[in-house]
Design a protein around this ligand. Sequence first.
Ligand code: ASP
Length: 414
Amino acid sequence: MIRAWFATTLWKRIMAMLVLGILFGAIAGDAASSISWMGTIFIRLIRMIVVPLVFVTLVSGVVAMGDPKKLGSLGIKTLTMYIGTTVVAVTIGLTMAAIFQPGVGVDLTGAAPKAVDRSHSLTETLVGIIPTNPVHALANGNMLAIIFFAILLGSGILMAGRKAKPLAEVFDAGSEVMLKMTHLVMETAPFGVFALIAGVVGTGGVGKLLEVLPLVGAFLSACILHLVITHGSIMKFMLRLSPVRFFRDITGAQLVAFSTSSSSGTLPVTMTVAEENLGVNKTVASSVLPLGATINMDGTALYVGIVAVFAAQIFHIPLGLTQYVLIAFSATMVSVGTAAVPSAGLFMLAAVMAVLGITDVQTALIVGFIFPFDRPLDMIRTVVNVTGDLSVSTAVAKWEGDLDEKVFNASAVD
Ligand code: ASP
């Protein structure tokens, strides 16, 4: 049995345990939380490797580029694709919200208000990318600051040339080691996923979804349309690659995203899947994906947009084209600033609500109302977020001549 277990590809094992976890959660109910420690161990393990993985692989990725010009062209393509796909996602989300009218007839009485943070200003966020102390950034997992420092360190190694060769080798060896560690940790994924999903189902998150059906309907259809139409078209028409292959190759990462609700927690798996199943070269994967996990959140953007429409309808705020454009713009900005951890998107609503003239007190009511249903929706938007990162990394790799199509077209390993 043990041999058969290890002979089965990882994503199939995760899938099987996901289904078993749902069944277990449904049967055990609240008691399912007694195995939540298994899920916690899994999440701690993957979070443990995120910072060293991103730091080490990004430095070695920059060094492997060998040419700062390449970094520039990669950066421009990556950012354009990230922002472009997010804008498309919000547009699809708002269209669905206009069709489903999720807030019409919803009564907020009984909702317990939840306080929300005002997000930082854009300048503050941008300036904050530069760490005053890189060790502090590493210790706190401040991803954008880590990325900034790693790119600079990699460039420094390149500029120092022959003298810095030993350091370049250390980072290269380090990134190999981190990848092996990721593989080890991923062996625990099926059990972690089992426990996490059993906990969600057992404590009733899914059943309660029925109460916010139109909101869920708008959100789900927007997610499906975005995955199939946007990312399907990127594969088929922009890259001339098979969308079916793409979705098959990334199932493992999607399942982990679904059960952890955290793009940054999923990052080690996202990177492995990109390199080993999609054939994205290591340099591209190690630079494009950590950035994506941090700033590219299509699912969050479309969700925040839909909830803004939901709130406007509840508070009878008329929505014209200007308001929709404002929502789209601020939802895109908010998604860039959302932390890649569970439920982060929900607490970023204030900024989008503010542009519609919705007060903090009203926002707190909306967040309090949605909070009980947020987990399952978060699981889905995280899948969309991670899929977006993988799709963009494939595109950038292809345009940079860094995609191994033989690997892309071969059967997925994990
Ligand atoms: N959980 C999401 C993620 O990590 C962020 C969000 O709450 O929207 O991608």
